[in-house]
Design a protein around this ligand. Structure first.
Ligand code: NAP
Length: 248
């Protein structure tokens, strides 16, 4: 399905210093969109007419609020908000998972998504027209994976949280989706392949993904997300959705 002309549309992407977030930003800019991008480390984009960058931790609610306000002040409105920042670690057996390691993961994977979503839905309510919230989830939201207790808990929470936002905010013009993007060859995949088999028994499968190059390209993921956002007829029937595999 072809995308309409998206020039001038405004998208926020968290976790845009590398990987899927940086790839989506490049794709969106090539379509003439304006982007507001965040991460903790420096972003590979220069601030300018079409780009705002901010360095902060998504678990900092004051910094998230400032990021949203600065984006609206510069671009006038936000059409699409993508909570993409995420972490895979700690990868450890559930029996050994400590509270502080778990909370570090949930701070990013759940609280970061909550804070971003809160700012966006308030913004949409404050101005005319609709807005689309896309929270990046994972196949790990659907099924338990040995060694990934923290990640599975976080991503399952993202799915349920997004469903709650949809129930509460649809009447205010917000369409919310929680999207498992498939596997993409980013630093996160490299971190997964580096895990030891005793804590992550499925590691061989992830080496196989690499050797067979079974990944979704960022362009494939970006196109599906933009269809969800800007082609109402292409939206999934359910709030929690999965992007189809690009290959085989
Ligand atoms: N790659 C896959 O196969 C795959 C599959 C399913 C789902 N996902 C999901 O897709 C999203 C993107 O993953 P990716 O593969 O692109 O991972 P990645 O290459 O590791 O990039 C993660 C991004 O999140 C940012 N980030 C991490 N912790 C942060 C924090 N506390 N505050 C702000 N930003 C933070 C990182 O920037 P800084 O470190 O600079 O802060 C980076 O820009 C994640 O939500 C992930 O769970 C990925």
């Amino acid at each position: 399905m072809e995308l309409p002309d998206l020039s001038g549309k405004v998208a926020v992407i968290t976790g845009a210093s590398r990987g899927l977030g940086a790839g989506m930003a490049t794709d969106f800019l090539a379509r003439g969109m304006k982007v507001a991008l965040s991460a903790r480390s420096p972003l590979p984009f220069e601030d300018g007419e079409h780009v705002i960058t901010r360095q902060f931790d998504v678990s900092d609610p004051a910094a998230m609020k400032e990021f949203c306000a600065a984006t609206v002040a510069r671009f006038g409105r936000i059409d699409l908000w993508i909570n993409n920042a995420g972490v895979i670690h700690p990868v450890i057996k559930a029996r050994d998972l400590g509270g502080s390691a778990l909370y570090q993961s949930l701070d990013v994977n759940v609280l970061g998504v909550l804070y971003g979503s809160q700012n966006f839905v308030r913004h949409v309510e404050s101005r005319p027209g609709e807005g689309v919230l896309l929270n990046i989830s994972s196949g790990a939201a659907y099924t338990g994976i040995s060694g990934w207790a923290a990640y599975c808990m976080g991503k399952a929470s993202v799915d349920r949280l997004t469903e709650v936002f949809q129930l509460e905010e649809a009447a205010n013009g917000v369409s919310c989706f929680s999207v498992a993007p498939g596997i993409i060859d980013t630093d996160m995949q490299a971190q997964i392949r580096d895990c030891k088999e005793d804590v992550f028994p499925n590691v061989a499968q992830f080496h196989e993904y690499k050797s067979q190059n079974m990944y979704n390209s960022v362009e494939h993921v970006a196109k599906h997300l933009l269809q969800m956002a800007f082609v109402p007829g292409a939206r999934p029937d359910t709030v929690s959705a999965r992007i189809p595999a690009e290959k085989g």
